[in-house]
Design a protein around this ligand. Sequence first.
Ligand code: UDP
Length: 234
Amino acid sequence: MVKRVLLKLSGEVLAGSKSFGLDLEAIHSICEEIAEVARTGVEIAMVVGGGNMLRGRDVQTMGIERAQADSMGMLATVINALALQDVLEKLGVPTRVQTAIEMRQLAEPYIRRKAIRHLEKGRIVIFAGGTGSPYFSTDTAAALRAAEVDADCLLKATKVDGIYSADPEKNPDAVLLHKITYMEALKQQLEIMDAAAFSLCMENRIPIVVLNVLKKGNLHNFLVDGKKIGTIVS
Ligand code: UDP
């Protein structure tokens, strides 16, 4: 069983079948899986994305300055975090949201040692606001927080089964890779996370696990039963 995991949920996963915004049905079913794993005693920290609402780069192309656009993107992640918190708490799991940018009326500010204390007490900690700085992604925030809370792995929850040797939609010979090294991933130019996130994980030897969070039982099977699912980069 994994003791402590950093789970990265992208905005895309929270949008479910929609192309924009929140799909509460999808969020509910993912939260049920997360809550079930939390009840087994796995400590869960989460970093949530915001791409279902706003990506800094997209807003920049509309004529808004990049740093400003990124601030808007970071706020989008807070909206997602609050939605996740509500759904998880209704499922009976204690949670705390910590934001990288202070908004004390809504959530705690990010304090590393406090986050670890929450995890030890069995609370799910949802990190929002990314790193708190523009020009970064929530993947980088996930790698950073994984290192800071000393997570055993960074689990990138996706809609696909893992990392393939090539794009399976374009190449019929593409195969699912179960285990690869950081170096192999770099050499093969497999786009798992952006370069900043990837190098943080590699430098701090944090295994990256890519798995399909939409398949029921996947989180439990990997985190609790230790089954080999998805792709592990280590
Ligand atoms: N963002 C940022 N700094 C961070 C993390 C995120 O400025 O440390 C902004 C950036 O504009 C990004 C947006 O927040 O596009 C939403 O995050 P991301 O695109 O990583 O979300 P995801 O793709 O995971 O849904």
